[in-house]
Design a protein around this ligand. Structure first.
Ligand SMILES: *[C@@H]1O[C@H](CO)[C@@H](O)[C@H](O)[C@H]1NC(C)=O
Ligand SMILES: *[C@@H]1O[C@H](CO)[C@@H](O)[C@H](O)[C@H]1NC(C)=O
Ligand SMILES: *[C@@H]1O[C@H](CO)[C@@H](O)[C@H](O)[C@H]1NC(C)=O
Ligand SMILES: *[C@@H]1O[C@H](CO)[C@@H](O)[C@H](O)[C@H]1NC(C)=O
Length: 501
């Protein structure tokens, strides 16, 4: 570990002390529900069997059916921004993370002055563990999981690494707490993370509530999975890349089956809230699918932002087995979990607690959210783009976003080879809107965004523009710096390592 400043040392000490002497805020810790927060990576709207019957997700289906399926729940178009929302309760355009994902060589991070969800749960007496993907910055130790409220961490800092070798571009990326972990090299990450979760569950002293943040690598690219999952569960799928994606979803499902089985065996599940969410829509260029929704990962279309998610609990809900239609956003998990734990979130965050609405089926406390908002200049052109939702209305200003290779992904993308989904899309047939172009949709009547109705509803358009302008006043500049050569893993024995900011 590099040298630490005195300040860092004392905050580390403070963090260690908190482990030993948790503050319980007067509520009996044993009454607090354990919380398992599962994040799937890049899982599309149509990548689960209850929407695309060719997929294989028996465990997720059962939990969604017996729990509460979220039907109007939104995430950010991309990974780091969504995770920043989960961990901080702020919209990314309020924390500088609105432009893109954090690239390995960028000095970018979830700002250190924000209180994180695990920090707040720790204050309530929780043991807190992170397993899997971080992607919220690592240029300094202070941005990494065990300095942001987690007692332990097993996983990786970046994205899109190889599932087996854990190479992310030119650096190795796998750690146990702060130490480089080479023991798990060569093993497909879904196995490693499932085993780690089971160890943590098995070791957990139930006199303390448990918070386990389980951010799977699955089902992000690269398209890799042990062949057996593809062959046994997905052999009926003709398209090769979709078949591999199906296998990746199947192993994710099995990992969760193993973990929930262990939760049953240990009894932890009897007093537990389980949240399952994706971080963004499916990348259609990597065999992810969001049909019939429009767009893909990286766009503000519904296909990039309307998230696959459910909550599950044996004993905490009055309305088990329902579909929840209330509006909810990724920023809401922090306050919702704090309410479940008998605490309150830090003041000033964007999230609102959905606990009562979720557990009783009462109307959502949220009627508005911002899909995203970003003003980074693109060459000479100011590239402001944003989208806002108010009730059933959605206003989009400028382009919806951009996938790899500069492709905008404005279309509707059927599952390859599935009959009845024939709306092939010609990308060049739609001109990408400029920064001053607006589109207005009624998401309730037109969830697939086929009909821009701005000419029909000039009053709604004017009102929505005014609301967006108000939110724009609160936007902070995005922190999206040039790559820094100091990040090069060559300086750190070939592993992506903090210490260069
Ligand atoms: C964090 O720091 C930024 C930049 O100084 C400031 O604008 C923001 O209000 C701070 N946020 C909190 C929650 O302290
Ligand atoms: C669990 O924690 C309690 C309170 O700290 C302690 O009394 C008990 O011995 C622990 N149980 C085990 C099995 O370690
Ligand atoms: C689930 O558990 C079974 C039985 O122990 C094991 O064979 C399998 O590899 C596990 N799957 C995952 C994804 O961890
Ligand atoms: C499989 O589907 C992808 C789209 O996800 C498409 O690009 C590819 O051409 C298809 N492959 C075959 C062999 O049809």
């Amino acid at each position: 570990m590099p040298m630490m400043s005195g300040k860092m040392m004392s905050s580390l000490l403070a963090a260690m002390l908190m482990v030993v002497v948790p503050r319980f805020n007067g509520v009996n810790a044993a009454d607090k529900p354990h919380i398992l927060f599962i994040v799937a990576d890049d899982l599309g709207w149509n990548d689960v069997v209850w929407r695309d019957p060719t997929m294989h997700t028996p465990t997720l289906s059962r939990m969604a059916r017996q729990g509460i399926l979220l039907n109007s729940y939104y995430v950010q178009p991309l990974c780091s921004p969504s995770r920043s929302a989960f961990m901080s309760g702020y919209f990314p355009f309020h924390t500088g993370l609105q432009h893109g994902v954090i690239m390995p060589e960028q000095k970018a991070y979830l700002p250190a002055n924000l209180t994180t969800l695990p920090q707040s749960l720790k204050d309530l007496g929780y043991a807190t563990h992170a397993v899997g993907k971080w992607h919220l910055g690592f240029c300094n130790w202070k941005y990494t999981p065990t300095f942001r409220g987690f007692d332990s961490f097993l996983g990786y800092y970046n994205a899109a690494e190889d599932y087996y070798t854990h190479m992310a571009g030119r650096g190795y990326d796998f750690r146990q707490d702060t130490a480089v972990d080479k023991d798990d090299a060569g093993k497909y990450s879904a196995y490693t993370f499932a085993e780690r979760a089971q160890v943590l569950i098995g070791q957990h002293n139930t006199s303390q509530p448990l918070f386990l943040y389980l951010a799977f690598q699955s089902v992000h690219g690269p398209l890799e999975v042990p062949a057996v999952y593809e062959n046994v569960f997905c052999g009926h799928i003709q398209n090769e890349t979709r078949r591999t994606k199906c296998g990746m979803v199947a192993i994710l499902d099995e990992a969760i089956a193993n973990i929930t089985g262990h939760l049953e065996d240990t009894g932890l599940i009897d007093n537990m809230l389980i949240v399952f969410t994706t971080d963004n829509g499916g990348p259609v260029w990597d065999a992810g699918n969001n049909w019939p929704l429009r767009g893909a990962k990286a766009t503000m279309w519904e296909g990039g932002t309307r998230g696959t998610a459910f909550v599950y609990s044996k004993n905490l809900f009055q309305n088990k087995g329902t579909v929840h239609k209330g509006m909810m956003h990724a920023v809401d998990w922090f306050p919702t979990m704090m309410t479940a734990a008998g605490g309150s979130p830090p003041p000033g965050i964007d999230g609102v607690s959905q606990w009562e609405s979720l557990t009783t089926g009462s109307p959502s406390p949220r009627s508005e959210f911002v899909y995203n908002m970003d003003a980074i200049e693109d060459g000479q052109k100011p590239a402001f783009h944003a989208a806002i939702r108010s009730g059933d209305w959605k206003l989009m200003q400028g382009p919806a976003g951009m996938g790899p290779a500069g492709i905008p992904y404005n279309g509707w993308y059927p599952v390859p080879g599935v009959d009845g989904e024939q709306e092939e899309f010609d990308e060049s047939a739609v001109e990408d809107p400029g920064p001053d172009d607006y589109q207005l949709f009624n998401i309730k009547e037109d969830p697939t965004e086929h009909h821009d109705v701005k000419d029909k509803y000039p009053d709604v358009l004017a009102k929505m523009k005014a609301r967006l302008a108000e939110w724009r006043q609160t936007m902070v500049p995005a922190n999206f710096p040039e790559n820094d050569p100091a990040a090069n893993p060559e300086h750190y024995g070939g592993t992506w390592t903090p210490g260069w900011c």
